[in-house]
Design a protein around this ligand. Structure first.
Ligand code: ASC
Length: 149
């Protein structure tokens, strides 16, 4: 009986998990993804500033920022929940009607930001610049297609 109760408890927890993982309100999802993208953009921008010479290029700082960007590149996408193209959001309907294309771009971003993080640790500034450019192209492609002006 005890084993059954434990099994029932485990099942209850597993069933409860997806519900808990959902956002209570659509606005919470919008706020979450905008926050994640703001953090990602901030740290990506700092790498850009270092590459441009607007701030001193410190390889260790660049590598740290690249790790943050790579980590953050995983967070926004589950928050693009159905029906969350609200007036507080620039998300276009194409995110949902062309979901495969959107997902592919998020995966490209994850690959390219991981590459940038690896390359930033090696320290060669020209290589960092090239990898940074590849990430920026992905940002732009997604914004051009899926973000309202
Ligand atoms: C940034 C940033 C973006 C991208 C994009 C690249 O620094 O915040 O969204 O680069 O502008 O085209």
């Amino acid at each position: 009986m005890k084993a059954l109760a434990i099994a029932a408890g485990i099942v209850a927890v597993l069933l409860a998990l997806p519900a808990e993982a959902q956002f209570a309100k659509v606005e919470d999802a919008v706020k979450y993804r905008q926050s994640a993208l703001t953090v990602m953009g901030r740290h990506f921008g700092l790498i850009g500033a270092a590459l441009k010479g607007d701030i001193p290029y410190k390889a260790e700082e660049v590598a740290k920022n690249a790790d943050i960007v790579a980590f953050m590149s995983h967070l926004p996408w589950p928050a693009f929940v159905a029906g969350s193209d609200t007036d507080k959001s620039k998300a276009k309907a194409e995110i949902w009607s062309e979901a495969d294309k959107f997902r592919q771009l998020t995966e490209t971003l994850q690959t390219r930001t991981a590459d940038l993080a690896d390359i930033a640790k090696a320290g060669d500034q020209a290589a960092v610049k090239a990898a940074f450019g590849k990430v920026g192209e992905t940002c732009k492609e997604c914004h051009d297609h899926f973000r309202a002006k």
